[in-house]
Design a protein around this ligand. Structure first.
Ligand code: 5GP
Ligand code: ZN
Length: 113
């Protein structure tokens, strides 16, 4: 019941959390698609990036900053990494609480699948 990522943020569901502050939680993806695959979520429930409001501007900027920090901490910043957010069904969004995938540690292909 309820939102799986809200439950992770509230520690009602376990996750391998690698970073947390007042606004966000970052944890390892349960089904990693690359040697580094971290999800960054806001603690506040927002379903998709289409639902972001003006008041969330600082939150989004903060998430980008945390993505950079994670890439640096994981040693993939200079090699290269990807930050991805899927929005709505055709993108493959499967959890409707916004999350930013930080992927790296292997060569990334383009176009994406
Ligand atoms: P989406 O497909 O919505 O962009 O990404 C959802 C991601 O959440 C997927 O990569 C999936 O593996 C991950 N995921 C789904 N459920 C869980 C969970 O319970 N724990 C963790 N750590 N990751 C999850
Ligand atoms: Zn949620």
């Amino acid at each position: 019941m309820g939102c799986i990522f809200c439950n992770i943020a509230e520690k009602k569901l376990p996750a391998k959390i690698i970073f947390e502050d007042e606004h966000v939680v970052a944890f390892e993806d349960i089904n990693p698609q690359a040697p580094v695959h971290i999800l960054i979520i806001p603690k506040k429930h927002i379903s998709t990036i289409l639902d972001l409001k003006e008041e969330d501007n600082n939150l989004v900027a903060h998430i980008v900053k945390i993505a950079n920090k994670i890439a640096n901490d994981k040693g993939i910043a200079q090699r290269g990494f990807r930050v991805v957010t899927n929005c709505n069904p055709e993108s493959g969004q499967s959890v409707y609480h916004i999350h930013f995938h930080v992927l790296g540690g292997r060569h990334m292909h383009w176009p994406p699948g």
